[in-house]
Design a binder for this molecule. Sequence first.
Ligand code: ATP
Ligand code: MG
Length: 442
Amino acid sequence: MKVIEGIRPIKEGIRINDNNQYAEAEGFVHRVRDMGKFSFIVLRTSRNLIQCVVDSEKCEIAKTGVGNGINEGDCVRITGIKVIEPRAEGGFEIHANKIEKLSQAYAQPPVNITKHKIDSSLDVLLENRPVTLRHPKERAIFKIQEGIVRAFREFLHEHDFTEIHTPKTTSAGAEGGANIFKLDYFGQSACLAQSPQLYKQTMVGVFGRVFEVGPVFRAEKHNTTRHLNEYISLDVEMGFINGMEDLMNLEVLMLRHIIQSLKENYSKELDMLKAELPDIGNVPVYKFKEAKELLAKEYNRKIGGNGDLDPEEEVLLCRYAKEKHDSEFIFITHFPSSRRPFYAMDDADDPGFALSFDLLFRGLEITTGGQRIHDYNAQVEKMQRMGLDPSEFKHYLLIHKHGMPPHGGFGLGLERLEMQLLGFNNIRYASLFPRDVKRIAP
Ligand code: ATP
Ligand code: MG
């Protein structure tokens, strides 16, 4: 038996030899253009499109007829000479000596993925997702998504946070409300996690600072352009805070790092999608009450409502932040306590309001966060006040009983952040395989 020594190095689907003269690229035949004596093959590697020139007299497989033998969708490995060509993507092309055909495609793509842009409806795009994701612009969206998560992790690791993985099948929903997916768990009623909230707090009692990147399930019954039924939540929870401002500062610094890292490492994809990244300076902060007054004064909105901001108000507040503070972000803090969950800490100076915040970006809520109750008696008392039975939270309350630092955190919706960064009018564009009321496949 042969001992495996390592994986052959490759970068973005291509190996280049030491003296920068030969290249070996592997990928999918994206496009073939037969020019008679020679042909062009555009190879789609893991991140790039590479132009390969195939001279039928010089290339090994060419003898069997490149035009006929190699077709769009086939998987090939092409070896040849690396030649500078400013007009080609990446500034070079490969003059092929050898083409290995590794597999064959049997059908034409249902939509043309070689055009500049896929020009079909969202429905067709999603219905054919396994193929449409191969379009360079479609996959760029998810390369950027990788970049966001990577920078998120990087930033938090640097700041002493530990990455955790909490269960997604649970006995009770963390957030309450109607949007819980119920589950039959071997005869016992259970649900899919609406948020890692209670577990991430539990882990603050272990590591002090934690974060998680994981799916969150919400049975949102209405099909909106900003809700998915399964999304990725970037969750942070931090112990030993002096107040919720620590959390807001952390989030701003984190977002700055994400934007910087995208600029440095994903400019190719950002250009392809014509993304306009925001500058994140000082983010204005308004209390919920002030925000409502401001909406009434500036935009004639009725004060009242349900103790939350509606989508139109989110848009108006962002417009205000842009005009008044030149910021594409705005924090709204101190939401009515009655609208926030049982673990939210109330403001000691104004007990009707919770120490919680939302971050709005370009007209949409992307984050909710806040300080949590850490004192055992205070938590039990709030549960009782809200008509909850503390004995149903016996595992959760162990953390308070055995000592918890002042702490808090936030949840950032990955697809929401991305849809706003890239200017999509529908969150589904920012999800690989979106789940909504009507769609659970592919
Ligand atoms: P909204 O009021 O916009 O429905 P929410 O306040 O119910 O959202 P939270 O419980 O505060 O949502 O969740 C934290 C973050 O997770 C939100 O700020 C958002 O970025 C994201 N999020 C929440 N629900 C969804 C969803 N159904 N699809 C995609 N992202 C979501
Ligand atoms: Mg919220």
